[in-house]
Design a protein around this ligand. Structure first.
Ligand code: PAF
Length: 290
């Protein structure tokens, strides 16, 4: 085993608590990077950021069954713990928490955290139970770790907005840090689910980024009509025969509401199926800074 693979990894809550207690004994700060594993450079950038801002960075690796609906990819979600361990170590993490399902959910949970309204928009229309599963497990992770800061990617923009709102509403003493999306050289947003793309689908997958760029360019060129911007985005998606879009939309960056007239900080978001992969992506544009 090489030196970088020797980062400590614990599976039990009792071991996690002991390690965190030891780290905090001398006033050390704890940063949490919650993940479902099968890490990529985007995850590593969260770890690197956390390591630069906290004394101890802990990465949780847990494929959370609560956020997958019947028929989704819970059973086939990619897993590679040895590689994850090396990537965490290389990025500066000090500890990994990789619990088995029965450690996280010793009994079937009958308690859920719901961020009403925000959980039903956009992704929520296609995955109605998804965000309740995310907020329930993130609330649990916050309770288990008591981190000062927790790091999430902007790639899952709606998730980030929902977690921020949950943190505020429930007064978790956690700073939620959003970090920029990492992209492949051709613009495809890094995602663990990119592994589902067949070789002939991989070039086509850039259509999400191309759609977002076209939509943003329409705003930059002066369009303030959401229908017009969405039509531009939809046209790019429609021109790619391998893509089946779920949505292409523009919303207020803070509320995720769709405005009648585009103004202030906006977020453009797209979702599409390409073969077995369902991909999402987003980009920001600020009308006040054009
Ligand atoms: O973004 C993810 O990987 C997951 O939704 C999260 C935040 C780790 C919760 O399971």
């Amino acid at each position: 085993m090489s030196a970088v693979t020797q980062i400590p990894m614990v599976e039990r809550v009792s071991e996690l608590r002991a390690a965190l207690d030891a780290a905090r004994r001398d006033g050390g700060s704890v940063g949490l990077v919650p993940t479902m594993g099968y890490l990529h450079e985007g995850h590593q950038s969260l770890v690197t950021r956390s390591a630069s801002e906290n004394d101890l960075t802990v990465v949780s690796i847990f494929v959370n069954p609560l956020q997958f609906a019947e028929g989704e990819d819970y059973g086939t979600y990619p897993r590679d713990l040895d590689r994850d361990r090396e990537m965490c170590a290389a990025a500066g993490a000090g500890l990994i928490f990789a619990p088995p399902t029965e450690e996280m959910y010793p009994q079937t949970p009958v308690t859920a955290v719901t961020v009403k309204g925000l959980n039903a928009l956009l992704e929520g229309r296609f995955r109605p139970t998804h965000f309740d599963g995310v907020t329930t497990v993130v609330a649990k992770l916050f309770a288990l770790f008591g981190p000062g800061r927790a790091y999430f990617g902007e790639k899952d923009y709606q998730q980030l907005a929902i977690i921020r709102r949950m943190t505020a509403d429930l007064s978790f003493p956690v700073e939620v840090v959003g970090c920029p999306t990492f992209r492949e050289p051709d613009g495809l947003a890094m995602s663990s689910r990119n592994v589902y793309l067949e070789p002939d689908e991989r070039p086509a997958a850039t259509v999400l980024w191309r759609s977002l760029q076209a939509g943003r360019e329409a705003v930059v060129q002066g369009s303030r009509d959401p229908d017009e911007v969405e039509a531009v985005m939809a046209a790019v998606l429609a021109a790619e025969p391998k893509a089946s879009p779920d949505y292409a939309t523009v919303v207020d960056a803070a509320t995720l509401d769709r405005p009648d007239v585009l103004d202030g900080e906006l977020r453009l978001l797209v979702a599409a199926h390409l073969g077995r992969a369902r991909l999402i992506d987003n980009v920001g544009v600020d009308c006040d800074r054009l």
